[in-house]
Design a protein around this ligand. Sequence first.
Ligand code: SF4
Length: 230
Amino acid sequence: MRRVFSLQVDDIQPQVGRVLRETGLPRGAAMPRRYVPLFDEAFRILRETLAPRAVWQPIPRDRFLEVYAGEGLNATDTPLEHIYPRADTLCLFALTLGAEVSDAIDRLFAENDPATGYLLDLVASEAASRGVRWLGRRLADASTGPGMEAVLAYSPGYCGWHISGQRKLFAELQPGTIGISLNSSCLMTPLKSVSGVLVGGPRAIHRFHNTYPFCTQCASKGCRERIALL
Ligand code: SF4
């Protein structure tokens, strides 16, 4: 059943350590003293501007195949096309932090405060990621199937799912109801928004080797951490 959520700030409060790592510091490194006021300010602005909302809509496997095919521009082989056929649950989703956060980031850069703008951008991205993980936990809690061990999100624009896939996803999910729109380049407004599919099932379905041709262009190798945490 389609559901709309208003998340609490505490649901998506970013972890300082994860944001620090995104600045390029190694895992476990202490925060440099000069970062402290910047972090304080970025977290303060985030708390004051957050208005997180999300929508999800379960989708049958055959219907998802049509959404995933998008406009025919996906890579010829992708992890998700091996994962979703083995899933117990597929659920389209979109989540936004609201317009005010993105406006605050733009304003900081326009007012020549790129350090705080950059950090707020990182903090907001981590908040959005936490929001998606929160949705995944809600979906796992709502599912009764014995095979529901892990829920992970996959998004257009990543891992071979072409960004143009956003159009069919939006046509199916209609996230305009929570204030998210798509421009002609398939970028979302507000910018701090995430969309995709939540895939639930046995942990093993999410494990794969990152040896796809497009993986050579991937700087984050984010799938490795996600798989390690399963
Ligand atoms: S290495 Fe990067 S592009 Fe390849 S599957 Fe992992 S996250 Fe996706």
